[in-house]
Ligand binder design. Structure first.
Ligand code: COA
Length: 160
């Protein structure tokens, strides 16, 4: 059986925590599709194109990882890609409530689709895209939290 999993998220911006989940996920499944959810109501810190570009650079060394974007319901996207596995990262118990609700809603919408969780590595358990954005805004060392190309993009944004 060919196992394709989807790792959905906003990735705004992509962090080392996301990369940890992507790398570990790439070893677990035959194919991993990292999918940026397009939220038409939220403009985002970086555009979807910028986020896709950063993901592509960071995932280039992983041949079984594909980078894509989707609009609408996640389970419909999974169906369209012939995937029955949604991958999510769990950082802390506070993520559980939220993830639990979304996973149940997704199961109700598509019973054949399973959500699989990977526990984030301890050093990333506090990390979130909003933390990166805030540290950057107030002049802190954001580069330690993100891949190099993302740090460069944030630097350019701060200069402009
Ligand atoms: N390391 C670091 N940060 C992580 C992380 C990890 N392993 N896992 C999650 N995060 C952070 C993100 O950086 C983000 O941080 P922020 O809120 O501070 O910006 C936060 O956790 C939210 O995670 P994200 O992965 O972006 O998920 P989301 O909750 O924004 O969901 C979609 C994005 C696209 C998956 C979701 O909106 C979706 O599925 N949309 C389609 C509609 C749908 O089908 N909804 C479900 C049915 S109700």
């Amino acid at each position: 059986m060919n196992r394709t999993a989807i790792y959905p998220g906003s990735f705004d911006p992509l962090t080392n925590g996301h990369m940890d989940i992507i790398e570990r996920g790439s070893h677990l499944f035959d194919r991993l599709i990292v999918a940026v959810g397009i939220n038409t109501e939220k403009p985002g810190y970086f555009s979807v194109e910028e986020r896709l570009e950063d993901l592509r650079v960071c995932c280039a060394k992983m041949p079984n990882v594909e980078v894509a974007s989707f609009e609408g319901l996640l389970v419909e996207y999974a169906r369209s890609r012939n995937s029955r596995i949604l991958l999510r990262g769990l950082r802390a118990i506070s993520d559980y409530d939220y993830e639990f609700r979304i996973a149940l809603a997704n199961r109700r919408l598509a019973a054949e689709v399973e959500t699989v969780f990977l526990i984030a590595r301890e050093e990333y358990s506090f990390l979130a895209s909003s933390v990166v954005r805030e540290v950057a805004k107030f002049g802190g060392d954001y580069a330690q939290f993100v891949p190099e190309n993302v740090a460069k993009r944030i630097e350019n944004r701060l200069k402009s």
